[in-house]
Design a protein around this ligand. Structure first.
Ligand code: LLP
Length: 412
């Protein structure tokens, strides 16, 4: 269930007035619902049930330290993609033995850090990275826990930037080469083979790619077993899409894919292999439970075009500019009058700086508050200081109250 709904004419987050929060902390502001985030994590965890597993939350979706602490305390593992994320995960209290680390370009220092920390698995993405990892572990007098990231050539039929499991993508090792890599790795005293990994993309709308990934990896594990190589886990990556259109609590679910339906099929496939299941959701845990609050600075009209110039910009939320993503934009106080198409744009000196284009909104005026919905994932984590703009404040709503979980940068 989504966390945001209108109470009367006013938008609320778990019953708390978002206008009141904005009045106190200013805008742009990210507001998140802790209850919503925890409920989505729990739903995925429960869907896997009693089968041995770790839900490794993908930090790249939202790495606010307070949100990380809460997920760690709930028993989540972590999926990280850099030394910075690895340090954050450890500081937030994720046990090292529940952290997996994928990334096509790990530096020597990052590999060293991961081995030193004793993480669950380095998800290795090339033959050369495997050799370098073996070398570094040997120099350290340690053993590196390794899973190879397989590129299974599965098409998620999504946005090209969010597709990662096709041969044309930079990620992972092709099936053909992967077996030879495992056979080589098995002979290295400084490598411990722990599993096999894949992540075929993000914002996946149908369950099929998950079944295909599970089947492909399970088959591969069986093949390796007959070659004398044993696996402890299969990691299916993340990728559950979320509904960017049905954004209010009373409109329905925020899920595009039912986790229970996926796991009902995936778990038996894994059971055959005896491998533990790792899953790395990011967007589906935090995405629907965050909004970006922004205030209208000016309105203006050019020939046949209406603009609302707001105080949030592409540096706060780049998804519309980068992927052509459509986020719903809701007035915090429901307005009167007929909705008309308007471009909601930021103050940045680029025409690509928009939050919504030709979006139907009831008339807006200077000072009005707007909420850009479903912004809890890949919002703040992709924010930048472009145009020397400070990044906004982040707020967490919990149990009818709220507090700042990251201060605004360089307030003017
Ligand atoms: N595991 C790996 C190895 C990944 O690369 C990703 C996302 C995930 C897990 C989590 O996927 P999720 O469950 O969040 O779909 N910035 C883009 C999304 C990029 C996703 C990158 N990798 C966006 O705003 O849509």
């Amino acid at each position: 269930m989504n966390s945001f709904r209108y109470s009367g004419k006013e938008l609320t987050c778990d019953g708390v007035s978002v206008a009141r929060i904005a009045a106190e902390v200013g805008t742009p502001a990210y507001i998140y619902s802790l209850a919503g985030i925890e409920a989505n994590y729990d739903r995925i965890d429960r869907a896997i049930g009693a089968y041995p597993h770790v839900v490794c939350y993908a930090l790249k979706a939202n790495s606010n330290p307070e949100i990380l602490r809460r997920l760690a305390a709930r028993g989540a593992g972590a999926d990280v993609v850099s030394g910075g994320e690895l340090r954050l995960a450890l500081q937030a209290g994720f046990p090292a033995k529940k952290i997996v680390y994928a990334g096509v370009g790990k530096t020597d220092a990052e590999i060293r850090l991961a081995i030193q920390a004793g993480i669950l698995a380095l998800n290795v993405e090339s033959r050369q990275e495997l050799e370098v990892t073996a070398q570094i572990a040997q120099e350290m007098g340690q053993t590196a826990p390794v899973a190879l990231r397989i590129n299974p050539d599965i098409d998620i039929e999504g946005h090209p930037y969010l597709t990662t499991g096709k041969s044309a993508n930079k990620f992972g090792i092709e099936m053909g080469e992967a077996k030879a890599c495992y056979l080589w790795a098995a002979k290295q005293p400084s490598i411990k083979i722990v599993g096999v990994h894949c992540h075929v993309g993000s914002m996946i709308r149908k369950p099929d790619p998950f079944y295909k990934s599970a089947e492909t990896l399970a088959q591969f594990v069986a093949e390796l077993k007959s070659a004398g190589i044993e696996m402890e886990h299969i990691d299916l990556g993340g990728g559950f899409g979320v509904d960017y259109e049905t954004v209010l609590a009373d409109q329905g679910s925020c899920w595009l894919i039912e986790p229970e339906a996926v796991m009902e099929k995936v778990v038996p496939i894994l059971q055959e292999t005896g491998c533990e299941l790792m899953f790395e959701p990011g967007r589906s845990i935090v995405g629907p439970h965050g909004v970006l609050m922004t205030r209208v600075l000016y309105t203006k009209e050019t020939k046949g075009k209406q603009f609302a110039i707001v105080d949030a910009a592409m540096n706060d939320l780049i998804r519309p500019s980068l992927y052509g993503a459509r986020h719903e934009v809701l007035p915090v106080m429901q307005g009167e009058g007929a909705a008309e198409p308007i471009d909601v744009v930021g103050p940045i000196c680029e025409s690509g700086d928009f939050l919504a284009k030709d979006y139907p909104l009831t008339p807006v005026k200077r000072g009005d508050l707007l909420a850009v919905m479903t912004a809890g994932a890949y919002g703040y984590t992709l924010a930048s200081n472009y145009n020397t703009r400070g990044r906004g404040v982040e707020v967490l709503v919990e149990d009818g109250g709220w507090y700042v979980i990251r201060e605004r940068e360089n307030p003017v």
